[in-house]
Design a binder for this molecule. Sequence first.
Ligand code: EPU
Length: 337
Amino acid sequence: MIQSNISLKDYNTFGLDITASSFCVVKSKTEIINLIQNEFSKYAKKLFLGGGSNILFLKDYGGLVIKNEIKGIEIERETDEYVYLKSYSGTQWNDLVLYCVDKNLGGIENLSLIPGTVGAAPMQNIGAYGVEIKDVFESLEAIDLTTGETIIFNNNDCQFGYRESIFKNQQKNKFFIYSVTFRLNKKPVLNLNYGDIQKKLIENGCVNPTIKDVSNAIIEIRNSKLPNPKEIGNAGSFFKNPEVSIEKYSELFLLFPSMPKYDLPNGNVKIPAAWLIEQCGFKGKKYGNTGNHAKQALVIVNYGNASGIEIYNHAILVQKEVEIKFGILLSAEVNFI
Ligand code: EPU
């Protein structure tokens, strides 16, 4: 049923009280196809919403917001080594992680507690603690929004990059992601190289860690650094970590010898945007109803009454200051609507 003038406050993790002129919930593939073919909704501007965890609404939405509640997890097939799990796109990402951890299926435990839905995960190739979904992604089923036809995209078809996929670029707004199939390892191989994971496992007394131990350690690390959107509105990292040439990094290093970096296989380096932002003095500072979180400078928060434009203007200020100080233009990870 399509409803009019609905507040999206509970449907975006910034907690912005904006209004959608039309709104509906979908629970099946048939309902999606009906919306594509229905006389009223066929031509309407549409926004498919998963967890609303990577979106900044700049104003009320004049169009149809479709909340995806097509949920479920099933085993598609298995081999001696792998289980291929198909998950419907409205499933909460963390519910899938919990399912895998519970069944000792390895591959996504480092992605514990990431907010959002399974369908949004391939859109921006979600990643954390040394793992990206492209590492375990097998395929997805997408519905063509013009024809209603189901198309299969394999890993290469998705053109995954750092927080990028074909669905944010050439195929933007052309498909609805209906289900995603992941390849999970029956004999989990742990990925413990990133940051504080090893330290946290030792602290927790885990000598031979299981994927449950890893998942718990990551949950503890995330909870200690990242604000819970249920308490303070936010969308995780606001910007991507910038990639620069080694020459540019070397120039900057002479001026800022404590600047951290990660080496990339292509010879370039990635610099933590959080560090650049912190050096500009934004960390933990409040600007009206917004500002940068005290424990993670890359997270821009809504202290309660911010508008989308106020958050956006603050992000532009941060971007400008970083550019002036370091000559690096940060690009947003969050999508502006
Ligand atoms: N740092 C600072 N100041 C801060 C925070 C961090 O200087 O306030 C520096 C430190 O040098 C630290 C480095 O930044 O070692 C990296 O920090 P962190 O491990 O917290 O990760 P990040 O690079 O800021 C990325 C992802 C996160 C993901 C973490 C962990 C991006 C844009 N963000 O953040 O993903 O959880 O790594 O893997 O790549 C998200 O995409 O929304 C997200 C939260």
